[in-house]
Design a protein around this ligand. Sequence first.
Ligand code: RB5
Length: 172
Amino acid sequence: MGLKVALACDHAGFSLKEAIKAFLSAGEAVPGAEVTDLGTFSDAPVDYPDTGVLAAEGVARGRFDRAVLVCGTGIGMCMVANKVPGVRAALCHDEFSARASRQHNDANVLTLGARVVGAGLALEVVRAWLATGFEGGRHARRLEKLRRIEERYAREAGKENPGGREDGGGGR
Ligand code: RB5
């Protein structure tokens, strides 16, 4: 079975997301990638957290192996994705960083800024990112430290908000 890749974008990333979808669907990046497009589906304004979180949660829950998220700068998408525990999102606009984010950080989400890079470079970044594996070893120890930080904050949040409600509860 091919790599399951989710795509998501906001209005600023719409046309680059479409180009990435065509590239992946044609098997140009990795053979047999299974692509799921979570929107947005036009260049009408939308808020990047709304689409970005769908893809990030899909990766965290194991529905997708990886996700590629596109907004104007790639920054908002990187921020929202990294709020989801288990996600390691990397904003990469060059192939070296894209490869390193896989080899060293085991990044499971790539974010791109459609207003920063041209489509030609963005597609090469996507290709390099999808084709590169995690090196493990000393890098695994560092990722374990990241995981423990997430765990600590989750424990603390659980103490403050035992019901687990996002609004902190207290409403009538
Ligand atoms: C939308 O104008 C823009 O702010 C958004 O695409 C992104 O760049 C945010 O980080």
